[in-house]
Design a protein around this ligand. Sequence first.
Ligand SMILES: Nc1nc2c(c(=O)[nH]1)N[C@@H](CN(C=O)c1ccc(C(=O)N[C@@H](CCC(=O)O)C(=O)O)cc1)CN2
Length: 300
Amino acid sequence: MTAAGETAQVLDGKATAAAIKAELAQRVAALRADGVVPGLGTVLVGDDPGSHAYVAGKHRDCAEVGIASIREDLPATASQADVEAAVDRLNADGACTGYIVQLPLPAGMDTNAILERVDPDKDADGLHPTNLGRLVLRVSEPVTSPLPCTPRGILELLARHGLSVAGKHVVVLGRGTTVGRSIGLLLTRREHNATVTLTHTGTRDLASHLRTADVVVAAAGVPGLVRAEDLKPGVVVLDVGVSRVADPGTGKARLVGDVAPGVAQVASWLSPNPGGVGPMTRAMLLANVVDMAERARSQV
Ligand SMILES: Nc1nc2c(c(=O)[nH]1)N[C@@H](CN(C=O)c1ccc(C(=O)N[C@@H](CCC(=O)O)C(=O)O)cc1)CN2
């Protein structure tokens, strides 16, 4: 619990991701020494500046650890069939160990149909129904299929700071597939053993749930939604949501999370945003690709 006048300890995603990338670089070097070159593919559709920046970051990360990069960049005018053809090319490409379709796709695309077309064995995001199904069904087995990157990153960030969720009450805000829904399912697996309340935009009296939380995973994308006065002292808070707001001083857009400023005075641990879960998401994508390449090597 945070004593009066103290602030929460930092769940430092930037430093943790850097350490993980150094470990991954060694595993990639070992794969390359065995003649296996892991390759990450990306499918990027349209002009969204955020998506362009995230995909560029993913390829920079690949270069840093020795993973080969394959890009399928499509214009905003691309049709559903064009995107599906890009997916088919990556499914067939022997140099591509795993790949992702950057989300969100432009309005009008059938995202589920595209995600279902991804070969589950090349699904570096863990978002194919087969892999989400394995996440649900393998309640007590070691992970042998890719997990969605942000949930995996949250678990890794906690573990590397010596924090366990076993026996804890975790309140998740947000029911999106990439974070809220999947972390809720993952945390209740036997190896994590948390009790989870999954809240969302239809939840009444959010504060009554937050008050009972030992751990909060805030992935709603609503700035300031998690307020200090709604939290138990000593709570662990992961700030995952991303919103762009205009800085009142400069007028320039900046990224903010879901957590209000005073929370650092109540929480025992807090992940900054930026600098917390975001860098872990990127590191876990690389980890998924390296895991896939190692699994493929062990099968030959
Ligand atoms: N196919 C996917 N699409 C999306 C995912 C995903 O996991 N798979 N997640 C997000 C976007 N995302 C990765 O794709 C992502 C978001 C944020 C960060 C990050 O490192 N953020 C930095 C701040 C970045 C900045 O300053 O602009 C941080 O938090 O420190 C990485 C990846 C939605 N789409």
